[in-house]
Design a protein around this ligand. Structure first.
Ligand code: ATP
Ligand code: MG
Length: 230
């Protein structure tokens, strides 16, 4: 799976959260990093159809995603999670998942187990933060996911919890034959789990490529790590 974004321009009034972004994500687990307000979530919003770009192209193995309305993209296999939690606290984990599966017309067998949730009957409101993140990941995997966009799934988790969640995330590409794009502020975690990484800053792509090279790039260190060139 190759997700290709070309010349993407998004405007909100005078703001350009994406200002001519061209980037490719190739199969596996890809990182997407950048400072607050860099345009990461906006890129996910364009990919999933919540935001319409002024101009640009998005293709997934040749399919023109921008031509499809959001629900058709979901049926096609585009999945995402949100920075704000989406679980219904009154429903059990299993029912939360069923809701997503009904919506997408997909199956959910074995997903909670795969994501490390062992009691599907508990109300989501009683789950720990890590368990709710596991549930949200499961919701993003119902049916036949082809592209899975994860928007800071580890936000608020401890280092140990982040790694526990990441253990599941790294298994997704092979298990589902899907491309996963992970937005994550913990650069060390990105370095551990993402083979390739793209960096946004002020709506522009700074660089992308093998994660080790990207994280060593002085422009990235300057923009993202708050370090000037040495
Ligand atoms: N609906 C909107 N209307 C106006 N401006 C917006 C809107 N959504 C986002 N922005 C602006 O676009 C820019 C990019 O925001 P975005 O949420 O994509 O950043 P981000 O990289 O996801 O940041 P964070 O790491 O804080 O989640 C910011 O300047 C933000 O204020
Ligand atoms: Mg964001």
């Amino acid at each position: 799976m190759r997700l290709l974004v070309e010349d993407l321009l998004v405007r909100f009034g005078g703001v350009r959260p994406l200002d001519g972004v061209t980037v490719a994500f190739d199969s596996g687990l890809c990182g997407l990093i950048g400072p607050n307000g860099a345009g990461k979530t906006t890129l996910f919003n364009v990919l999933s159809g919540f935001v319409r770009p002024v101009s640009g192209r998005v293709t997934a193995d040749g399919t023109n995603l921008l031509a499809l309305p959001p629900h058709r993209r979901a049926r096609w296999g585009l999945r995402r999670t949100f920075q704000q939690e989406q679980v219904v606290t009154e429903l059990s984990a299993a029912d939360n998942l069923r809701l997503a599966a009904d919506h997408l017309g997909g199956r959910d067998a074995g997903l909670l187990d795969f994501c490390g949730l062992d009691d599907p009957r508990r109300p989501a409101g009683e789950l720990t933060l890590l368990e709710r993140r596991r549930l949200e990941l499961a919701r993003a995997l119902v049916g036949t996911p082809r592209i899975v966009l994860l928007d800071e799934p580890a936000a608020g988790l401890s280092d140990a919890e982040s790694r526990a969640l990441a253990e599941v995330v790294v298994a997704v590409p092979d298990k589902f034959d899907a491309l996963v794009v992970l937005i994550e502020h913990d650069v060390a975690l990105v370095g551990e789990v993402c083979a390739t990484t793209a960096v946004l800053d002020f709506g522009r792509l700074i660089t992308s490529g093998p994660t080790a090279d990207v994280l060593a790039d002085e422009r990235v260190r300057a923009a993202y790590l708050g370090e000037g060139p040495s």
